[in-house]
Design a protein. Sequence first.
Length: 512
Amino acid sequence: MSGRRPGGQHWRRLSPLARVAYITSTVVVVAVVLASLGAYAIYRRLDGNISVVKVNGLSHRSVYGAQNILILGSQTRDGQRPGDLGSNPSLNTSNSDNLILVHLDPTHTHALVLSIPRDTIVYEPGCKARRSIGSGIFGPYQQAIIDGAMNIGGPSCAVKTVDDLTGTTLDHFVMFNFNSFRSMVDTIGGVEVCVPHGGYHDPFSGLNLSGGKHLLTYNQALAYVRTRHGVQAEGDVGGDLPRIELQQAFMSSVIQKVNSTGLLTNSVQLLKVADLATRALTVDQGLDSASKLLALAKSLTGLHAKNVTLLTMPTVTDPANINRLLPEEPEDDVIFQLLQNGQPWTGRLPVTPAGQVKVQVLNGTGTPGLAKLTARQLRALGFDVTGTGNAQATSTTTVNYAGTAQADSAYTLLTQLKGTPAAQNTLAEPAPQTGAAGTVTLTLGADWAGVLAPSARHATTGQAGKGKSNGKAASGTSTGASPGNQASVQTRNAGASICSGLPQANPDPGGP
């Protein structure tokens, strides 16, 4: 129907129904045009809000399909005054307090969320220094704390370091700071958390919560996710690992709230959140428009909390500095391989069928015939033993493997050995850490405890041993699994009760 009103005689000849249809269609057309102009204005405003940073090393590809997104919580205090966040007056730092690698499956209905402890010592590639730090290339560093990569070289350096550590191709980058985190929490109406009996009290972060459930907003929410002195976990009091447990519980609460409120399917509420998010977050050039960010958000409508797994990268205490951590091998590389292959989390680290694991056995004990005896025992378990030989005398039994492509084989072998043999990735930085499938080497040392009997290999229970790690940086080793067991990995299902899996309170948080 024409957009012009019919002439007078023609209009009078129209039936009442035709007149109503004409008026209705005209109103609809006008409404559609106005709505389109309104939506255009909204999108233009949102686009103008977005802070985009050029980040090298990302694919920047479409938000559809499998995605690996690096989320950084920056310690930058832009807009703060000395004393706003306690006694720390440092306003020029930009360390990454939180390093989170999110893997979305191709359908965006399952996700693995890997937290990398900020205290981890890793290899840091050479990075161009950000302006406030200096000029030129800083590094490479064989041993550097991972959260400092952001401070030295900005987002590109953080991406480069995480890419090198995990061997995972990253697609996008999202960063938030203290201010944007607090604002986002308030925009969704606060986040409910659960606190164990005795409460959490941390004079450093300002957290002071009694036992029970609490709806956290603004400063309280920030204090909750930043506290470390007020919490403890086995073997780690006031450190980064119990804080990550707390942060994972917080993320679970956020995901459950988003699911229960239908936020991602409520266009009005989503636009309200998008208005704040586009002003609060910094993104890479692949997420540089409101349409891209909203498309990513809407693609998650089928992602339910029960299908989100929150993992912590396995680490061990650095023997040279008890306040630092080292990646635990081969467990960390097994998880990186999961991310690279897009494998789902099944509740435990995967093991490879023994028949697919090629093993060379070397005797470093000085006891004649021990390598051949061990080879026969491994073959009885189904392993493909490719050869035996002698090695220099050593006190430590070690499983050597080359890169993440061999990590599954190394881990499978470790789970079938008695004692707590060590493991080491032999690929030296800066060589790519992926490697290629191949033979792993078992070197028998003076502490050799033997191979599990075929009838006992699935019967034992326990936890993984802990020991030294080379941290992808310098020489050293890390212990593998206890006899016949899966390693203990800190993990949480986002759909679990918010009162489960919480770190315990530290009864003596210290403070001024």
